[in-house]
Ligand binder design. Structure first.
Ligand SMILES: Nc1nc2c(ncn2[C@@H]2O[C@H](COP(=O)(O)OP(=O)(O)OP(=O)(O)O)[C@@H](O)[C@H]2O)c(=O)[nH]1
Ligand SMILES: [Mg+2]
Length: 425
């Protein structure tokens, strides 16, 4: 199932001009990078048309196409989710980062999205499995590593709430990989709507106990200021002027930056493949509307720069280490325990029982009926909610019309008063 990685099939992206910051990676902790550079595997997940491809193209300021014929169409829900892999090599200064972007078009597109998370989860697990098998070989020769270092989960900017499918999928991803939820197309919400939406998502994440990736608020002594000059400006963006600060300054700046990142979660994103000049003569990436321009790289407009910093600059290493030490370790441990308990060979009584139940046509029927009932309930609720929303809109229109009438009447009365006062004089 695992595709063969062929670096000749990758797009080369030279980042020297933009200085994203990946060349800091080998300075931070050398152990994760080899002579050939580092590997970063980023998965994007979310409904069709939510802006995944546009975001990736905005992030790397180029159009990335899947060059790979490998497409994953697996599991019991064929024709829905499939998995595309886009490869690129990022070069900055002399450092190379091999990038694999795992796109999941088709996710949650069907009316019945039951289990549409399954191919995504299976893919993440398969990569852990594949890496574990390679590690178990006598020579421990790792040919490919597609373990997912971060999953960007795109939330549709409805302004209401998370859908059950979002919650279900995020829950499952978060137990296997670093989950980073983002609000897509945030330019379609007003400032107030966005604040409310963010708060609501945060609440759901908390109550549903979805573990999202948070940048660490402590750094150990590994940060060597002479080698790694991640000052707040450089961490934030653009300033390459590096007068070596002392360690405590670097730590304080890194912690402050991490705090800002955490406060901004879930990141509200605007993406665009278009560049143009603003009225004041700046060249910007953004989206143009009749009422004005929204800028991708403006912190007042969205959290794009924060997310880019987290992914490619300040927390790239944390994402990789977390995957290695937390998620992959958890998978490995679970697998070993299962093996010890005989689960994997099917000798375990409980798993036999479970299999019998899931294959029993009677239970299957009941399951289908329950799912149907659930879908209908959700549909009815959504319908009720839409009706309620429409009523509010109607009521607002009515009240506005009333207000206009009253204002007209007040105007008329004021005119009459003025006329009477003039007569009186
Ligand atoms: N308003 C707005 N539109 C956006 C934004 N990002 C992308 N779009 C638009 O949304 C549409 C769909 O974007 P894509 O990037 O193709 O979406 P996708 O998630 O890759 O879709 P699939 O590949 O079908 O799953 C395009 O017309 C984009 O221009 C954004 O931040 N704001
Ligand atoms: Mg796409």
């Amino acid at each position: 199932m695992t595709p063969h990685l062929d670096s000749t099939n990758s797009q080369n992206i030279n980042l020297d001009s933009t200085e994203v910051g990946i060349s800091n990676l080998p300075n931070q902790r050398y152990k994760i990078v080899s002579d050939q550079g580092g590997i970063f595997n980023l998965m994007v997940c979310g409904e069709s048309g939510v802006g995944k491809s546009t975001f990736i193209n905005t992030l790397f300021q180029t159009t990335l196409e899947p060059l790979d014929p490998h497409k994953y169409r697996n599991g019991p829900i064929k024709k829905t989710v499939h998995i595309d892999i886009i490869r690129a090599i990022l070069k900055e200064k002399n450092f190379k980062l091999r990038l694999n972007i795992i796109d999941t078009p088709g996710f949650a597109d069907n009316i019945n999205n039951n289990k549409s998370w399954q191919p995504i989860i299976e893919f993440i697990d398969e990569q852990h499995e594949s890496y574990m098998r390679q590690e178990q070989q006598p020579l421990r020769d790792i040919k490919f590593d597609l373990r997912i270092h971060a999953v960007l989960y795109f939330i549709r900017p409805t302004g209401h709430s998370l859908k059950p499918i979002d919650i279900e999928t995020m829950k499952r991803i978060s137990t296997r990989a670093n989950l980073i939820p983002i609000i897509a197309k945030s330019d379609t919400l007003t400032k107030n709507e966005l604040i409310k939406f963010k708060n609501r998502i945060r609440q759901i994440i908390e109550t549903q106990q979805i573990r999202i990736f948070t940048p660490p608020l402590e750094y150990d002594g590994d940060l060597n200021p002479k080698q790694n000059t991640n000052t707040p400006n450089e961490l934030g963006e653009d300033n390459q002027d590096s007068k070596a600060p002392n360690t405590s300054d670097v730590n304080a700046a890194a912690i402050e930056h991490a705090r800002q990142l955490i406060e901004s979660m879930p990141f509200a994103i605007i993406s665009s493949e278009n560049q143009f000049q603003t009225e004041d003569g700046r060249n910007i990436i953004g989206r143009k509307y009749p009422w004005g321009v929204v800028e991708v790289e403006n912190d007042e407009h969205c959290d794009f720069r924060k997310l880019r910093s987290l992914l490619l600059r300040t927390n790239l290493l944390d994402l990789i280490l977390n995957t290695e030490e937390l998620h992959y370790e958890a998978y490995r441990k679970l697998k070993l325990e299962k093996k010890e308990n005989g689960d994997e060979n099917g000798s375990d009584e409980m798993s036999k029982y479970k299999r019998t139940i899931s294959n029993n046509p009677k239970f299957k029927e009941e399951e289908i009926a329950l799912k149907k009932y659930f879908t209908e309930q959700v549909k009815a609720e959504e319908q009720r909610f839409r009706q309620w929303e429409q009523n509010i809109v109607n009521e607002r229109v009515r009240l506005n019309a009333d207000l206009e009438d009253i204002q007209k009447k007040v105007g008329k009365l004021e005119d009459q008063i003025k006329a009477l006062q003039l007569k009186k004089r």
